[in-house]
Structures are given as C-alpha cells and as structure tokens.
Design a protein around this ligand. Structure first.
Ligand SMILES: Cc1cc2nc3c(=O)[nH]c(=O)nc-3n(C[C@H](O)[C@H](O)[C@H](O)COP(=O)(O)OP(=O)(O)OC[C@H]3O[C@@H](n4cnc5c(N)ncnc54)[C@H](O)[C@@H]3O)c2cc1C
Length: 473
C-alpha cells in the first residue's frame, strides 16, 4: 500500500504488515472506496478534499495505542480527528493515517463530585446534553457540533467564559496516548508538565482519549441577550455596547455579532438578507436578574429584531449552528487579540464589514473581561491573557471559484487591525496556518520555549505535527 511519510514523501508498506495492523485493532480501518470512508473524512470546511490512505475509527484506547505505534514505527504522516472543525483541515492526513475518534464519545457525569469524563471524540452538544441532565455544565464553545477535543486543547471560548473561564481553566486531567505509545494520566499532580502543555498546546502532545472537567451549576434556563440593530447604526450600537461592557459583572459574557440576517424561519422575511449588529450575550444568574441586566442593551436604538429571552442552556449552545450539513461551507476564519477597541478600530471594522464579499458567517468581537482574563499567562500553555478583546474576521462562501479572492480579502482586511494588537491570534481560529511557526511562536510568547522542551520529551520525532505545530527543542 502507498502511504505518505512524516516528511511528505511516498512510501510503500507491504500488505501483510497492513493486514497485521488491521487484525491487531478492534475497530474499523477504512481505505478509499470502503463503506464509511467518505463519511469519516467529511469536515466542517468544504475547502478540502483530503484523502487519507487509512482512517482508523478507534473505539478503545488500545486501538489508539496500536495506531500511534504503527504510524510511528513506519514513519507515516498521522492526523487526529475529534469534531472535524479545524478550519485548516489539519484533522485529516493526506495520504497518511487519520485516527478518527468520533466513536469514542461517551460522557460520564458524577453529579455529586461535579465532574464529567468526556471521550476524545465527543461533540459539545453531546457533552452539554449529558451534563445539563444534572443542571451542570463545563465551559465550552458556542456551536454544538464542534469537537470538545480540538476546542479544549486550543483553549475554548464560550458563553459562560466571564463567569467560569475557558475550557482549559476547568480541565482537571486528561488521559493521553503519547508518541511512544504510552497511555498516561496528566493532571496537577501527575505528569504536571504534560498537563500544563495540553492546556492550550493544541494536539502537539498526543491523542487525548478522555478529558475530565470540573462542572458548574448552569441553567437549565438562562437569559440570552440578542437585540439586533440595523447595520446603518453600527457605530452608535457598538460604542454603547463597549461602554456597557466596561461595568459588566462576571455573570455576563458578551460579543458583538456582525451578520447578514440568514434566510431562516427564526427571522421575519422582511429582514432576511439585511446586515445587522447583534449584541449577543448570556447572563449566568437567575433569569429575572439577567432580564433586568440586559434591558439597556435592548434599548440602544430602533431594533431590527430581538432574539433575547429566557432559553435553555442547550438551546443557546446550538443557536449558532449552521443549518447546512458539514462540509457545505467553504471558509476562512481568522482572529486577532486587540489591545484596544477604540473608535478607530470600530470605524475600520464597520468599513470592512460593509465591504465583505463572503457573507455566510458573522464577524465577531468578544469582550474577554472576567474570569478567563484573570488567569496568569504562565499557568497554562495557552499564554498571555491581557488583551481585552478578540476580533474574528470570518468569511464563508459556497463556490470554490471564489476561494482565492475571498481568502485574499479576509487576510488584507485582518491586516488593518494589526497595529491595534500585539499580533497574537487565537490559534484555534487562525486561517489555514499559513504563517506557520512564526505565528505559533509569537502567540505562545514566553511559554514557547517551555512548550518546545515538553514537546521534545513526549514527541521528539514530531509525530503529532498536523496541528499548530510546536517543533521539539
Ligand atoms: C463553526 C465553528 C465554530 C467554532 N466555535 C468556537 C467557539 O465557540 N469557541 C472556540 O473556542 N472555538 C471555536 N471554534 C474553533 C474550534 O475550537 C477549533 O476549530 C477546534 O480545533 C475544533 O475542534 P474539533 O475537535 O472539532 O476539530 P478537529 O478538526 O477534529 O481537530 C482539530 C485539531 O485538534 C487536534 N485534536 C482533535 N482531537 C484530538 C484529540 N482527541 N487528541 C489530540 N488532539 C486532537 C488535532 O491536532 C486536530 O488537527 C469554532 C470553529 C468552527 C469551525
């Protein structure tokens, strides 16, 4: 069988060796043409048509260990797929081996201890459903079919961030298969270096088979803020939101969502297709408190529509899901931490928003104040947390012919904000990783060298390289 090596060259592996590997695992090992192969390689970003030589749909830790050993011993390019939301398509290995963890999606909740153990292939919606059965939640992201794994290993920004922090701030331990094929437990008291590194260090250190999270009482109903204003009034609305957020308590996490109103039944026909500014937010207190708190946000001007109201946490967690099947949208998402959101930034943002060619996903500005910002940058590998805003310039379209111009437009427009930023990016949201090591180094800052040392200890051959790669020291 022809496979691609870690260095990107072609190699041939004898059929008996491949058969031996297939016989050694308990799960399906799929190649092109086999039933399930195409389903398994569908990912969120429809830009890619990546064909791994083998997709290993692991169901046990032992399957993961055997696959890691096989890839390492034969020097084969290895990818790890959780929820498949990597915009850069790094969860699939072109011509190599992909570990698809999707079947390892069990969620075990201990409501007394307020802990959840979550399989490496679990989606956010699956985790939320299981934890909300007990009125509990672990902070995660805002789109329910995102993978817990990729999101958590990169940080995890979501609707209860200001109150409870990022996903990594609530991670208690991981079970992980490292490049030497060892199954390890990493926590604050065991393999502490590895535990530090996986909290923000992306998929560099091994295959996480279980995440253990601290849970918090959340909902089941919370007040959602969703007033939508016409984009013509963007300047007034955004600056008022900025002032309002200066005094907001940790209970309230919020973001400006700059969108074209989609053609969905949720919205009246007459506003579909119009550009709008939504002041999205979730209040973690009682619904009554939340309603009172968000009232001013709903009175900043004449409304286009208002999605505000008490909603189940699980409903809020899927409000921004795409109505299209995975792989339909072609997308390029970028981000930048902003040191300021002054009037010049607001004006530049509104101008870019008005001219954007690809309108199927929103631009977003998150106010990062609250619990997640108070964690020291050395505490987790994720690094510096001093920037008060995260800007996301996102583009999505349907026709592959538009890809080149839309990517170029998005890059150019993001560049306009660089002088308002230290140049750090949310690595889970960083285009197609085209900046490579320079961006990774800049983003991890003073944590970078330590990450390289830990990478050397656990993955000296850089087996796990299809990610925001940290080269071993
Ligand atoms: C529509 C959309 C919405 C998003 N919303 C948010 C949001 O609200 N908040 C937020 O913080 N981020 C968000 N993101 C970014 C998201 O966190 C990243 O794309 C993340 O990588 C997705 O994880 P995944 O498991 O779905 O991805 P995958 O593509 O499966 O994995 C991404 C990478 O993670 C690594 N990986 C995956 N699983 C494992 C594992 N078990 N062990 C080791 N490594 C693994 C691999 O290196 C892989 O290349 C969003 C992305 C999209 C496309």
């Amino acid at each position: 069988m022809k496979l691609v090596t870690l260095e990107g060259a072609e190699t041939f592996i004898d059929d008996p060796l491949i058969s031996g590997f297939k016989d050694s695992v308990q799960c399906e090992v799929l190649s092109q043409g086999e039933s399930g192969y195409n389903e398994s390689r569908v990912i969120y970003n429809g830009m890619f048509d990546i064909k791994p030589a083998l997709i290993v749909r692991t169901i046990t830790v032992d399957d993961v260990v055997k696959t890691v050993n096989f890839a390492r011993d034969n020097n084969i390019l290895l990818a790890v797929k959780g929820g498949g939301h990597s915009v850069a398509g790094k969860c699939l290995s072109p011509g190599g081996i992909t570990i698809d963890l999707r079947l390892m999606n069990g969620v075990y909740v201990d409501p007394e201890a307020r802990i959840a153990r979550v399989g490496g292939g679990t989606l956010l919606g699956e985790m939320d459903k299981a934890t909300q059965a007990y009125g509990l939640a672990a902070p995660s992201g805002i789109v329910s079919d995102t993978g817990v794994a990729g999101l958590t290993l990169g940080a995890g920004f979501g609707w209860i961030r200001a109150k409870y922090g990022l996903s990594i701030d609530n991670l208690l331990s991981v079970n992980i298969v490292t490049a030497d094929g060892q199954f390890r437990h990493a926590s604050a008291s065991e393999n502490e270096d590895l535990f530090w590194a996986v909290r923000g260090g992306s998929g560099n250190f091994g295959v996480v088979t279980t995440f253990e999270f601290r849970l918090h009482p959340v909902g089941p109903e919370l007040m959602f803020s969703g007033p939508m204003y016409p984009a013509e009034n963007a300047k007034t609305i955004i600056t008022k939101w900025r002032e309002f957020m200066m005094g907001a308590p940790d209970e309230f996490s919020s973001m400006v969502i700059m969108m074209t109103v989609p053609e969905l039944d949720t919205f009246p026909k007459e506003i579909q297709g119009r550009d709008a500014i939504m002041l999205g937010g979730v209040h973690c207190g009682s619904v009554e408190e939340g309603e009172k708190f968000i009232k001013p946000l709903r009175e900043f001007g004449e409304l286009l529509f208002d999605l505000s109201g008490p909603k189940k946490y699980t409903e809020i967690q899927s409000m921004f899901d795409s109505p299209l099947p995975q792989g339909s949208l072609i997308c390029y998402f970028t981000s930048l931490y902003l040191e300021t959101f002054n009037d010049e930034v607001v004006d530049t943002l509104i101008e870019s928003f008005g001219k954007r060619p690809a309108k199927l996903v929103p631009f977003v500005v998150q106010d990062l104040r609250g619990a997640s910002m108070r964690v020291r940058s050395q505490k987790t590998a994720f690094g510096e947390r001093s920037a008060p805003y995260l800007l996301e310039i996102n583009s999505a379209w349907l026709d592959p012919k538009d890809s080149e111009s839309n990517i170029a437009w998005t890059r150019e427009n993001m560049d306009k904000f660089k002088s308002f930023s230290s140049g750090r990016t949310y690595l889970n949201h960083s285009g197609l990783n085209e900046e490579g090591e320079a961006l990774v180094k800049r983003t991890y800052g003073s944590n970078y060298e330590r990450l390289r040392q830990i990478k050397k200890k656990y993955d000296p051959g850089n087996l796990f390289r299809l990610n925001q790669n940290i080269p071993p020291a």
